[in-house]
Design a protein around this ligand. Structure first.
Ligand code: NAD
Length: 478
């Protein structure tokens, strides 16, 4: 049996892989900056190889017709840019950090040491199946952990590609891929990992957190939700329509931080819809045939998700939503055209769950107070978008709403700057990743106090009158 490709029933093999990594934990923890960087270099070298790139393109095309340009941008370039960033920063991150000491602890010094959490499990989703399985691994390695990766079973070709890649690059006691579905993930979740890094839906996030509780493993949950986008009448409609279409259509709309629904100032709604229609023609062609065959527009992942989108669409239309644009689909091709719905209400299913596809419901507002009232009816989103030239509106929405992150006058950029933490709030996620926050998510921050001069021995028993007096003074200083 292929060591890195394990059938869902092979409990023993999974146990054995875990034990191998358990035994190797301290070895990994001892790795130096240089050794960790050498591991990251192996990944970069692999991805810079033309044949490997081609194989990844083919895998992602076979899985859901993902356009090559989007593979380059959203799967490969992101991983490579994080490798470059980590390489620049790792030495500093690994160095113990001196922190100030309070007066009561006079005679000591304090440092934060970053030790690896140990054995980690990375569970990936299907929507960016390569990047979201490999990018957390970079931080797991940077922090000195072992990792078992469980990529999504819905993107079998890409999962097989990742398994082969890891087999080529790492011994399995360091990094290994376990392929499989729910049963395999359940088996993995039974094991006492030190940290579980999960990217996926809030529904499965709850299952993962429940399983982690059994071993009190720490978790990072990168989840999803309904990310709102606000547009007011101060911005150029053509420009913002193109940006919105890009944000909503990248990966066929199957992006965790895609704008889920719009809240547009009422007086510019028609103008926005027209500009969006124009942008669709420019990006993907004018006829449904051109769009279906477009190499620039990803299709829906599988029948189940196609049916889910179709149900959301028909439910909204049955409840009187107006189809402003699109509504063209083909189950055979797993194709859903960029679609805009207006006259949308909270009674419609489309306003109750994350859409995860190219359907864009539009709500309108007249007074800015209506905007947070709409947004705050939903759990806190992963991302929030505001397009406006009015600083006062932007400031108001920052204050009145909560989200994992916010992007002003553009879309999706929240994932682009490793100096910012990335992640959700409660229903959209727990914990943060990227950059230093990615490193600390995979590290135990160990506080170390070193005494170099005894100052507290006069407080030891017996508690005489003098000791009590000293304690009173200390209470004021502490
Ligand atoms: P999912 O939750 O269905 O699956 C994710 C992983 O969990 C897969 O590997 C799957 O095998 C496993 N899984 C599924 N059901 C399980 C169960 N019952 N028990 C144990 N494991 C199980 O998510 P998905 O459909 O692959 O991805 C889409 C979701 O992921 C969306 O909600 C999206 O917003 C979210 N997402 C979030 C981010 C982020 O960075 N926050 C990024 C991408 C996707």
């Amino acid at each position: 049996m292929d060591p890195a490709t394990i059938s869902s029933t092979d409990r023993e093999k999974i146990q054995q892989l875990f034990q191998q990594q358990q035994s190797n934990r301290t070895e990994m923890a001892r790795t130096t900056t240089r050794e960790r960087i050498a591991r990251l270099d192996r990944i970069a070298e692999f991805l810079n190889d033309e044949a490997n790139n081609q194989a990844l393109n083919e895998a992602l095309w076979a899985d859901f017709k993902k356009p090559e340009a989007e593979v380059a941008l959203s799967e490969v370039a992101i991983v490579l840019s994080h490798i470059r960033y980590i390489k620049r920063k790792l030495k500093g991150w690994m160095r113990p950090r001196k922190v100030p000491t309070n007066l009561a602890l006079f005679g000591t010094s304090s440092h934060i040491y970053y030790e690896p959490k140990g054995n980690t499990l990375i569970i990936g989703p299907w929507n960016y199946p390569f990047m979201l399985s490999v990018y957390p691994l970079l931080y797991a390695i940077a922090a000195g952990n072992t990792a078992i990766i469980k990529p999504s079973e819905l993107t079998v070709h890409t999962s097989a590609f990742i398994a082969k890649m890891m087999r080529q690059l790492f011994p399995e006691q360091e990094v290994v891929v376990v392929e499989g579905g729910v049963e395999t993930t359940t088996q993995l979740l039974d094991l006492p990992f030190h940290h579980i890094y999960f990217t996926g839906s809030p529904r499965v996030g709850r299952i993962v957190m429940g399983a982690a509780a059994k071993h009190l493993a720490s978790v990072t949950l990168e989840l999803g939700g309904k990310s709102p986008a606000v547009i007011d009448d101060s911005v150029n409609m053509e420009t913002i329509a193109e940006k919105t279409l890009w944000g909503k259509s990248l990966n066929g709309g199957q992006t965790c931080i895609a704008p889920d629904y719009m809240i547009i100032q009422e007086n510019v709604k028609e103008q926005f819809v027209e500009a969006y229609r124009k942008a669709i023609r420019k990006f993907y062609g004018t006829t449904p045939e051109e769009m279906v065959t477009s190499k620039d527009f990803a299709h829906i992942i599988n029948d189940k998700n196609f049916d889910r989108l179709h149900e959301l669409f028909t439910d909204a239309v049955d409840k009187s939503a107006r189809v402003e644009i699109g509504g063209v689909f083909s189950k055979e091709e797993l194709f859903f055209s960029p679609t805009v719905l207006s006259q949308v209400t909270d009674k419609m299913e489309i306003m109750k769950e994350e859409i995860f596809g190219p359907i864009l419901p539009i709500l309108t507002y007249r007074d800015q107070e209506e905007i947070p009232a709409i947004i705050n009816r939903h759990p806190q989103p992963l991302s929030m978008y505001v397009a406006s030239k009015r600083r006062s509106l932007i400031h108001y929405l920052k204050q009145e709403t909560s989200a994992g992150g916010m992007v002003i006058n553009d879309y999706l950029l929240g994932f682009g700057n490793p100096n910012l933490p990335f992640g959700g709030v409660n229903n959209s996620g727990i914990g943060k990743s990227m950059g230093f926050r990615g490193f600390t998510e995979f590290s135990n921050e160990k506080g170390v106090i070193s005494r170099y001069w005894d100052t507290l021995h006069f407080l030891y028993p017996p508690y005489t009158e003098t000791v009590n007096k000293m304690l009173k003074i200390l209470k004021k200083w502490a």
